[in-house]
Design a protein around this ligand. Structure first.
Ligand code: COA
Length: 192
């Protein structure tokens, strides 16, 4: 099935976004274990502050991919964590490997940079398995057109080094390496 439309995300899209996220993100992402409702709130809280998000729709009218980003995402993400401490603690208790991962991260040199230094970030891009190689580039194109039209000419992102497919996708789409740690890579892109 082909993509018929890539359009800006609206308030009613967050259930679809959460479903696509859960079906496509690997199990090394804590968010892939979030219940659908928590994922909906997570993405909506980012979008409420930054309406840089697009959704891809297939011929049957079904949403099959999305991209979302924004400026200074630390603030809405920290607020989401503060507001949903209990729900997040439950997810962590069910998946204790992430608790160990967090402890290991804390033990690392405090000075080690863990996120891209670019203020504008692509937070998440995901497509349904049956849409691989079909729509991510369209979503990225729509996202970048909006950035250009708002005079945002560079942005960054981070990706786990285990996510080979995503790294290939970014490299193929002209992202450059900003830096890497033992577990992640940060990329940036200058728009023309
Ligand atoms: C990241 C993502 C949106 C990219 O979309 P995509 O449709 O896979 O992207 P593309 O097919 O255009 O590019 C991926 C590239 O990975 C490479 N690739 C293809 N199959 C691969 C595989 N099995 N393993 C590793 N690399 C592979 C190829 O270079 C491919 O490009 P090409 O086939 O055109 O040469 C998609 O893979 C996805 O939804 N992943 C799950 C969510 C995710 O991890 N998001 C990123 C978080 S940072």
């Amino acid at each position: 099935m082909e993509i018929t439309k890539v359009r800006p995300v609206t308030n009613d899209d967050f259930e679809s976004i959460a479903i696509i996220h859960k079906a496509s993100y690997g199990k090394d992402h804590l968010t892939s274990f979030f219940p659908i409702n928590l994922l909906k709130v997570y993405y909506k809280s980012i979008w409420d502050k930054n309406s840089y998000a697009f959704i891809a729709i297939n011929e049957a009218g079904v949403p099959v991919g999305f991209v979302i980003g924004g400026n200074n995402l630390d603030e809405p993400i920290k607020k989401f964590i503060r507001t949903h401490k209990l729900a997040l603690a439950l997810v962590l208790l069910k998946h204790p490997k992430f608790i160990l991962q967090r402890i290991a991260d804390r033990l690392k040199k405090a000075s080690e940079q863990k996120h891209t230094s670019y203020a504008f970030q692509l937070l998440s891009i995901a497509v349904r398995q049956d849409m691989l190689s079909k729509c991510a580039v369209l979503l990225l194109g729509a996202f970048e057109r909006q950035l250009r039209s708002n005079n945002i000419m560079q942005y960054g992102l981070s990706v786990r080094k285990t996510n080979i497919r995503a790294m290939q996708f970014y490299e193929k789409n002209d992202f450059k390496l900003e830096f890497e740690t033992a577990t992640l890579r940060c990329y940036y892109k200058n728009l023309k």
